[in-house]
Design a protein around this ligand. Structure first.
Ligand SMILES: [Fe+2]
Length: 157
C-alpha cells in the first residue's frame, strides 16, 4: 500500500494533481487581488453597482482559495503560500490601476475564462486518476463560473 496516499489514491497521481492544484491556487490568489483592485479603483457612473459586484466576486474567490489549498492538503501535499510563487505559477497576470468600469469587467471575465481552462485540465487529470473528490470540486467551480462568464458577457453587450 506504499504507493497510495491516505485517501487511497495512487501517490504519483496525487502528486501530479497537487502540482496542478497549486497552479490553480496561484491563479485564484492573483485573480482575487486583481478583483479587489477593481473594487477599490473602479470609477464612473456604474461605480456603486460594480463596486458591490466586485466584492461579491472576490469574496467567492477567497472562499475557493481556501478550498483549493485544503484539497492539496487532503491529497497529502503542501499548498504554496508565498506571493512570489503565485506570480511565477499563475497564468492570470497582475492587473494594476484599472479604473474604467468596462475594462474592470473585462478583466474579471478573462480571469474566469483562464480559471475555467485550467480547471478543465485538472478535471481531466483527476478523472484519469479516479479522484472523484477533486473532479467534483473543480466541476462545481466550472459550472458556476461558466454562468458568470455568460452574465459578464451580457453586461458587456
Ligand atoms: Fe470594500
Amino acid at each position: 500500500m506504499s504507493d497510495t496516499n491516505a485517501i487511497g489514491l495512487h501517490s504519483g497521481s496525487a502528486s501530479d494533481l497537487a502540482e496542478k492544484l497549486n497552479e490553480l491556487l496561484a491563479n485564484y490568489q492573483i485573480f482575487y487581488m486583481n478583483v479587489r483592485g477593481y473594487h477599490w479603483n473602479v470609477k464612473g457612473s456604474n461605480f456603486f453597482e460594480l463596486h458591490e459586484k466586485f466584492e461579491e466576486f472576490y469574496t467567492d474567490l477567497l472562499a475557493k482559495v481556501d478550498e483549493v489549498a485544503e484539497r492539496i492538503l487532503t491529497l497529502g501535499h503542501k499548498p504554496v503560500h508565498a506571493y512570489s510563487d503565485y506570480i511565477s505559477l499563475s497564468r492570470i497576470t497582475e492587473a494594476k490601476d484599472v479604473h474604467d468600469g468596462e475594462a474592470c469587467v473585462r478583466g474579471v471575465l478573462e480571469g474566469y475564462q483562464r480559471l475555467i481552462e485550467l480547471q478543465r485540465e485538472i478535471l481531466s487529470v483527476a478523472s484519469d486518476a479516479d479522484d472523484e473528490g477533486t473532479a467534483s470540486q473543480v466541476g462545481d467551480y466550472i459550472r458556476e463560473q461558466e454562468k458568470t462568464v455568460w452574465m459578464l458577457g451580457a453586461y458587456l453587450g
